[in-house]
Design a protein around this ligand. Structure first.
Ligand code: NAD
Length: 501
């Protein structure tokens, strides 16, 4: 099917509390990855639409910043209730455009609700600190104030969780927000905008602009945008970080990943194999905290590969909205080609493909490829070096924990790393030495509950940290007031003042 076959609805921008059409007539197709069919179109905004959204956000920013923090929190409480009420609908929007299974999409909605709860709770940190009598009659206190207009640019793999973890915190802290979601999964953002309006968020506090590079460039260049939050691939994160910083904006830019799981000889191998299969193949490997690399330590390797291969083979690939599916499609034909290319090149670089996801697919239509397991992967190979962002698990064999740590720490990425072991000593050493922002011990995907901050090291994050619990630091600026209040002197003797106190 092409866009000429039927009259398709177009996902609008959301500006000043209402849907907004195009000013330049540019649109792109939103495709259901499970069928390859065009579901709808989406507006592609440029500088004019971005300017309209930022102007709307700027007009709303002052009144929203002056709205008492508990009142802002109450609005977000209403939004949270609406998210819960519509959670099934939100999950199905995620599945239809992103492809992940409904169970996974429901999990994403649940984590997003958690992010709203944490956003509401961290507003208490705006209260700052107070030091009395730092000099005679002098007190110093601090508090935090919102930045103004903040912008978020988000990836395709979490159409709700990543945007919510940005805007809920920014709005709770008293900012207004312009979201530029991934043009491949645009509908969820507009549905969230409707729910925010239903929660009585004032018009203009939350805006959505769809688009690609042009919209992003316009946000970075707009003088009224104070801060940019970005989540996406490393090359784009790096560029957005440097250009936003050069434009004088506060910036946090989270990038790609290539996370490792180290499996020690004393590990529970069934638990490790279960964890590897779910962390490598869940969401078709399209999670920033997926685990595409297993580091098998010592004699554990053969058995680990065999057990993980059994699980990979049992994984059911199919449409995300079909009961019993373990793994949905990839996002696009380009992603499929990337995975195919990585598998084709692997044997020539010394690796052996133990489970090949290119064969035995249950569905011909859509962007499907099954789970793959590749053993004896060299750290110099393309498969190891590049972020494939698909369902391939590479196994690297090493002799001991020292070698495992050297390998993990030589990776340019540092989003997450995990170890499976029965030894507290090995687990503690790993947690202490590994160069990554989120670390797991006997857990597959160490994404912390939102009560903690989230963000990687190395090429997985540029600029400021501050998502989830830490977000209030990013979305506010601190002010420190030093004050002197002395007693009036006119006709009052110091003895009288002293006596009164
Ligand atoms: P992407 O970098 O292609 O796109 C992310 C956003 O940037 C989208 O909104 C897109 O429209 C925009 N964009 C794309 N190219 C651009 C360019 N040249 N200039 C300006 N803007 C541009 O990423 P994606 O494919 O949507 O998402 C997958 C990537 O995101 C993976 O690398 C994954 O690891 C990463 N990711 C990281 C985290 C994290 O927490 N570190 C979380 C989720 C996803």
């Amino acid at each position: 099917m092409t866009t000429n076959d039927v009259h398709l609805a177009t996902v609008p921008h959301w500006i000043a509390g209402a849907p907004s059409g195009s000013t330049n007539g540019r649109r792109s197709e939103v495709v259901d990855p499970a069928t390859g069919h065009v579901l709808r179109l989406v507006e592609l905004g440029g500088a004019a639409v971005v300017d309209a959204a930022v102007t709307s956000a700027r007009s709303a920013a002052g009144a929203w910043a002056s709205t008492p923090a508990p009142v802002r929190a109450t609005t977000l409480h209403r939004f949270r209730a609406l998210m819960l009420e519509h959670s099934e609908e939100l999950a199905s929007i995620i599945t239809s455009e992103q492809g992940k299974t409904l169970a996974d999409a429901r999990g994403e909605v649940a984590r997003s609700v958690e992010a709203v709860e944490v956003a509401i709770s961290v507003v208490q940190h705006l209260k700052g600190e107070y030091a009395e009598q730092v000099s005679r009659g002098v007190d110093t206190y601090s508090f935090r104030q919102p930045l103004g207009v903040c912008a978020g640019i988000t990836p395709f793999n979490f159409p709700i969780m990543v945007p919510v973890s940005m805007f809920a915190a920014a709005i709770a802290c008293g900012n207004s927000f312009v979201l530029k979601p991934s043009e491949r999964v645009p509908s969820a953002s507009v549905r969230l905008a409707q729910l925010l309006a239903e929660a009585e968020l004032p018009d203009g506090v939350f805006n959505v602009v769809h688009g690609g590079v042009d919209a992003v460039n316009a946000l970075i260049e707009h003088p009224d945008v104070a801060a940019i939050s970005f989540v996406g691939s490393t090359p784009v994160a790096r560029e957005i970080y440097s250009r936003s910083a050069a434009a004088g904006k506060k910036v946090q830019a989270l990038g790609g990943a290539n996370n490792h799981m180290v499996v020690m000889p004393d590990a529970d191998l069934d638990a490790a194999a279960d964890a590897l299969a779910s962390a490598a193949y869940g969401a078709a490997g399209q999670r920033c905290m997926a685990v595409p690399i297993a580091v098998a330590v010592g004699e554990v390797a053969d058995e680990l590969v065999a057990k993980t291969a059994e699980r990979a083979t049992a994984f059911r690939t199919g449409p995300g909205n079909v009961e019993g599916t373990d793994m949905g499609p990839l996002i696009s034909e380009v992603a499929i080609e990337r995975v195919r290319g990585a598998l084709e090149a692997a044997p020539s670089q010394g690796a052996n493909v133990v489970v090949d996801g290119r064969v035995n697919l249950t569905s011909e239509a859509g962007y499907f490829i099954g789970p793959s397991l590749v053993d004896n992967v060299s750290v110099d190979s393309d498969l190891y070096q590049k972020e494939v962002f698909g369902p391939i698990l590479s196994v690297v064999r090493v002799d001991d924990l020292d070698e495992a740590l050297r390998i993990v720490n030589a990776s340019p990425y540092g989003n997450g790393a995990t170890i499976f072991t029965a030894s507290g000593v090995a687990g503690r050493r790993f947690a202490h030495s590994v160069q990554a922002g989120s670390v797991g011990i006997n857990v597959p995907i160490p994404v912390p509950i939102s009560w903690f901050g989230f963000g990687g090291w190395g090429d997985s994050r540029f600029g400021d940290d501050g998502l989830n619990y830490d977000a209030y630091r990013f979305y506010t600026k601190s002010k420190v007031v030093t004050q002197r209040w002395t007693e009036p002197r006119m006709g009052v003797s110091p003895h009288f003042v002293a006596a009164r106190h």
